[in-house]
Design a protein around this ligand. Structure first.
Ligand SMILES: C[S@@+](CC[C@H](N)C(=O)[O-])C[C@H]1O[C@@H](n2cnc3c(N)ncnc32)[C@H](O)[C@@H]1O
Length: 265
């Protein structure tokens, strides 16, 4: 796949879908594109683009391919344990009302896991979760909140009983957690970021982005956090220069925005 072909494809895909491939790691993207293109029968990216522009189903397949929305409840459970025992109690002590953002939330497993932890810690507490993703189709699934047993392997049986309703051999997230999460489409590379969050969770998302794109996102998250607020990222998404971006490192995957929190509201 030559550079010219890839630049042409990037430009055309941006016009057609709004997805900015230039911020995704190029080598990884090209390798994966080669596979999906070959599967479609196209011989090069010019042909593949023509196919995408004519065929809605192919275009949806391409979106699914770019967005990789694999997720599960309590993904890497020890990180959620750390969040529950070391991060949230401090944040909750500081704030009467907690604002949480799950960015790149995929099928909802992540924000609903957060809702479960927050309900356990503060069943009547004031907290709200915004959950966003670039992919409107996966957000529809997230809103419906219906999961296969494989998505729930990390959910302890007591929690399964409390927070899910069995429907045949699937499970639906109960209203008490579904009502706490607001889902919205949002592109981390293009859209405005909301402000005043106490916790931003963005895991297994920036791993697909180039270093400059990733750094820009961390900067914008910093701007969106209240002083003392926490960013929770994936284990392999290490921030190279936290202090330059306005954070101090708390533990692997957890970074605090530098600056004292304002008085509780
Ligand atoms: C591998 S999933 C991670 C889901 C969840 N955070 C987790 O850790 O299980 C990556 C998600 O990032 C979303 N994503 C990819 N590019 C994005 C972008 N530019 N803006 C917002 N979300 C994006 C994808 O649609 C996908 O749902």
């Amino acid at each position: 796949m030559v550079n010219l072909e890839y630049s042409y494809f990037q430009r055309k895909v941006l016009d057609l879908t709004g997805i900015d491939l230039s911020s995704y790691k190029s080598e990884q993207m090209r390798r994966r594109l080669g596979t999906i293109m070959a599967r479609s029968g196209a011989h090069n990216l010019f042909e593949y683009y023509r196919l995408l522009s004519r065929d809605k189903a192919r275009l949806q397949e391409f979106r699914d391919f770019v967005t990789i929305n694999v997720s599960e409840f309590f993904r890497i459970p020890d990180k959620f344990d750390y969040l529950r025992t070391h991060v949230l109690p401090g944040l909750m002590a500081d704030r009467r009302k907690l604002r949480v953002w799950s960015a790149g939330c995929s099928n909802g497993s992540e924000p609903y896991s957060l809702a479960i932890v927050l309900t356990e810690l503060a069943p009547f507490g004031q907290w709200q979760i915004l959950a966003t993703d670039i992919d409107a189709t996966v957000l529809e699934r997230a809103r419906a909140g219906i999961y296969q047993p494989a998505d729930l392997v990390n959910v302890k049986s007591g929690l399964l009983k409390q927070f899910f309703v069995a429907t045949g051999n699937q499970f639906q997230a109960a209203d008490r957690i579904r009502n706490r999460v607001q889902f919205k489409t949002h592109d981390l590379l293009r859209d405005e970021y909301e402000k005043d969050f106490d916790l931003i969770v963005c895991r297994h998302v920036v791993i697909y982005f180039t270093e400059p794109a990733k750094e820009e996102i961390f900067r914008k998250f910093n701007d969106s956090l209240r002083p003392g607020g926490v960013l929770f990222i994936g284990g392999t998404e290490v921030m190279k220069n936290p202090s330059e971006l306005g954070y101090s490192s708390i533990s692997v995957s957890f970074y605090r925005k530098v600056g004292a929190p304002p008085p509780s509201n």
